[in-house]
Design a protein around this ligand. Structure first.
Ligand SMILES: NC(=O)C1=CN([C@@H]2O[C@H](COP(=O)(O)OP(=O)(O)OC[C@H]3O[C@@H](n4cnc5c(N)ncnc54)[C@H](OP(=O)(O)O)[C@@H]3O)[C@@H](O)[C@H]2O)C=CC1
Ligand SMILES: CC(=O)C(=O)O
Ligand SMILES: [Mg+2]
Length: 753
């Protein structure tokens, strides 16, 4: 077996990563404008006095007027930094900064690291307790056992916000999820499983408690520490937490304990497990070597002696990362959102179960891409990867629900479906923009042709389209598409409708139809036969034209212009319409529709006016109140130029058409979007910043859309093609499955017409 770490870096690189640019990994960004004197008056003195008085009168309003409700402290004293031991508070800072940014990246929880220079339990407790006003939650990290148990228990009693020791419970939750799935794969029952836990510290004690809560009997778990097996009657190096797990056994060393064991849970130090020990375990052994950064045994070494083993580590660079990063961001997200007073056992079990369940579902493409391999539930994929965006949707919701069920939620969620949508939108702002499209598609599921179903990325989108209930995918491709569906985890590939021109009974009718359209454009009947048989865009478009399907998605195998030409051989623009393309640019607090980004190189005045009207219709269907700006390098004729007439005439044309939306131009982007610059043009008919930007030509339009995406941290939907007789969406060749899915949903929901 050639198994090795798939991420390699040098020590120099790790130091460069941390020191380059702004040293460290975090910075603070203001969430309110700080540009003007008025902003300052509101943010600081005198305006700030108002929320101060409000909070003094009603402390709960701190959640409304400050960052408290979304702010978590990551607090350590550096006594057990990963598996590196007690290296002190300051040395723990890179890990704690890391945890803080993981909170932000994975669950949009704001977080700051705090390193306390003390090993005195009482001083530590007092320091943390005093910080209660600042934070919505406390995440304790890398504090060694047994002090960590006293610290956490005391703080939980004294504080009214969630206090959670990540190394204990975060780790236990993820390990439990992994054990549930590994047991399932190897046909094991919790009640008869024999488990050896190496380490008797923060992580081990909590993991052991949780797997016992899942049904593993007390006498089936042997725990070891640096002195060997913790057996009943042992006195050396003991404490009350270890004693609770002492068992009657003759085994005295890890080597003896692990003989015949089903499961090994390592939460100790690098290299604690030997190949000899692995060899002695039961058939299909489950080995979680979770010490960081270096595990008890490396996966290739374990597999070399036991190819039948399921092996997990705490690292990102091998399959099966059992690491608390899968838990703490999402657990706090759920707890904060219901303003839970604490994180109880029910919430932890709910998280473990949600994570375990997720691993058994189909893996989204972006996750497979992030890890450079495709995943499906099995020995190399027993647990989801941290980059899996579905974690954000399912884990916080499960935790929040459990908090509500157990009465610790101070602010229960009334609409769980809306909450799940809001969770998705936190990480991907386009999600909320697309809410109406998803709803429209689901309400009236349509048949959508996926013309390039031989492409894996397209199949992934089609599978999701069906699974999420957005409509019925109609696949175009050869028969082996069904094998691909199977490879992607579809149990019943035959339930997908697949059209193959080689054996489709529709071909003769298609040829007749195409020949009737093209004979006076110089095409012979045999040209049409060839096109129907060989060109999937022609074949797919004909399925739509003939009413076999309602809409189509294509574009990943050929350049945009070529695909559009092929589609147009079969389909016409909608009556009286000009087809064109829209890119929807989405930032956290703004959505802007940019058009025409794909079709007209130098649009005429009437085409520009049509583009404005067509874009307004799409913006409205997506729930926006449109304000149109016709963009230029000039504001109302200043500076003058040779190419401004089309734009100005388009505005005049709209005057004549008596449309029911705001529009103005020609104007520069700052005059269209920036309220301060807008003030220079008090006669402007726009009542606020524009959100539909009609571009003067294809060059500026297409370049702007791509520049914004590359430079501006802007998410993009599109290009969306509108104005055809039936909705046909042409993706770009680099589209991923979720982009294709979005376009299919826009087509199915009747948004892109
Ligand atoms: N993958 C993950 O998500 C996580 C992994 N971990 C890893 O778990 C390990 C322990 O962390 P944590 O519980 O916080 O630390 P603690 O300091 O609380 O506990 C360490 C434990 O390891 C035991 N130990 C040390 N050397 C050996 C050895 N050679 N054989 C057996 N046991 C040994 C110690 O024994 P004694 O009591 O005798 O001193 C102690 O019980 C670290 O490597 C850490 O990186 C921790 C949290 C999460
Ligand atoms: C992952 C983690 O928290 C640790 O190794 O300590
Ligand atoms: Mg830790």
């Amino acid at each position: 077996m050639t198994e090795k770490s798939n991420v390699e870096f040098s020590e120099r690189e790790a130091l460069f990563f941390h020191s380059t640019g702004r040293p460290g990994k975090i910075e603070i960004i203001a969430s309110k404008p700080m540009a003007t004197q008025r902003d300052l008056s509101l943010a600081y003195s005198p305006g700030v006095a108002v929320p101060v008085r409000a909070i003094a009168a009603d402390p709960a309003t701190a959640y409304d007027y400050t960052a408290k409700g979304n702010l978590v402290a990551v607090i350590s004293n550096g006594t057990a930094i990963l598996g590196l031991g007690n290296l002190g508070a300051l040395a723990s800072k890179p890990v704690m900064e890391g945890k803080a940014v993981l909170f932000k990246r994975f669950a949009d929880v704001d977080s700051i690291d705090i390193e306390l220079k003390t090993e005195d339990v009482e001083r530590f407790i007092d320091a943390v307790e005093l910080m209660e006003p600042t934070f919505g939650g406390i995440n304790l990290e890398d504090i060694k056992a047994p002090e960590c148990f006293v610290i956490e228990t005391t703080l939980k009693e004294r504080m009214n916000i969630p206090v959670f020791h990540d190394d204990q419970h975060g780790t236990a939750i993820i390990a439990a999820a992994g054990v549930i799935n590994a047991a399932l794969l190897t046909g094991r029952d919790m009640k008869s499983m024999k488990v050896v836990v190496n380490g008797a510290g923060a992580a081990s004690i909590s993991c052991t408690e949780l797997i016992k809560a899942l049904g593993v009997p007390n006498e089936n778990v042997i725990m070891c520490d640096s002195k060997g097996v913790i057996y009943q009657g042992r006195t050396e190096g003991m404490n009350q937490w270890k004693s609770a797990h002492a068992v009657k056994t003759d085994a005295r060393t890890l080597t003896e304990a692990v003989k015949g064991a089903d499961v090994f849970l390592g939460l100790s130090v690098a290299g604690a497990m030997s190949q000899e020990m692995v060899k002695s375990m039961a058939a299909n052994p489950i080995i979680f070597a979770m010490a960081n950064p270096d595990p008890e045994i490396l996966p290739p070494d374990a597999h070399a002696v036991r190819p039948d083993a399921i092996v997990a580590t705490g690292r990102s660079d091998f399959p099966n990362q059992v690491n608390n990063v899968l838990g703490f961001p999402f657990i706090f997200r759920g707890a904060l959102d219901v303003r839970a007073t604490g994180i109880n056992e029910a919430m932890k079990l709910a998280a473990a179960k949600a994570i375990a369940d997720l691993a058994r579902e189909q893996v989204p493409e972006e996750v497979a891409k992030a890890y450079g391999r495709s995943h499906s539930f099995g020995p190399d994929y027993i647990i989801p990867a941290p980059f899996d965006p579905r974690l954000m949707e399912v884990v916080p919701a499960a935790v929040a629900q459990a908090a509500m069920d157990t009465g610790v939620a101070q602010k229960p969620i009334t609409d769980m479906a809306a909450y799940r949508d809001s969770l998705k939108a936190r990480l991907n702002p386009t999600t909320s923009v697309l809410t109406s499209a998803y709803e429209l598609a689901k309400a009236n599921p349509k048949r959508v042709v996926f013309a390039e179903a031989e492409e894996e990325v397209v199949l992934r989108a089609a599978i999701q389209f069906r699974e999420l209930g957005y409509g019925i995918p109609v696949l175009v491709g050869r028969d082996h598409v069904r094998d691909k569906l199977k490879e992607l985890g579809v149990r019943d590939p035959d339930s997908f409708e697949l059209h193959n021109s080689v054996n489709s009974p529709l071909v003769p009718e298609m040829v007749d139809l195409l020949y009737a359209r093209l004979q006076r454009r110089g095409y012979l009947r045999r040209d049409c036969e060839r096109m129907v048989n060989r060109d999937r865009n022609i074949f797919g478009s004909l399925l739509v034209k003939m009413g076999v399907a309602d809409a189509m998605i294509t574009g990943v195998t050929r350049p945009y212009g070529q695909t559009l030409r092929e589609v147009k051989r079969v389909m016409d623009p909608a009556a009286g319409r000009t087809p064109f393309g829209i890119h929807v640019m989405v930032t956290k607090d703004k959505t802007v529709f940019l058009a025409d980004t794909t079709v007209h190189e130098r649009p005429s005045a009437s085409e520009l006016a049509d583009i404005a009207e067509g874009t307004v219709a799409v913006a409205r269907r997506m729930g926006h109140d449109p304000r149109v700006a016709f963009l230029s390098y000039s504001n109302f004729g200043n500076p003058p130029g040779a190419f401004l007439d089309n734009v100005r005439d388009a505005v005049k044309l709209l005057d004549q058409r008596d449309v029911d939306f705001e529009y103005e131009g020609e104007m520069t982007p700052d005059a269209a979007l920036n309220p301060t610059v807008m003030k220079n043009y008090p006669f402007s008919r726009l009542s606020g910043p524009a959100n539909v930007l009609v571009m003067p030509g294809l060059q500026s339009a297409n370049i702007s859309a791509k520049l914004l995406r590359e430079l501006g941290g802007t998410s993009m939907i599109g290009p969306v093609l509108v104005g055809m007789e039936k909705s046909v969406q042409i993706a770009t060749m680099s589209s991923n499955a979720s982009e294709l899915l979005t376009l299919a949903v826009l087509a199915a929901g009747g948004i892109a017409l």
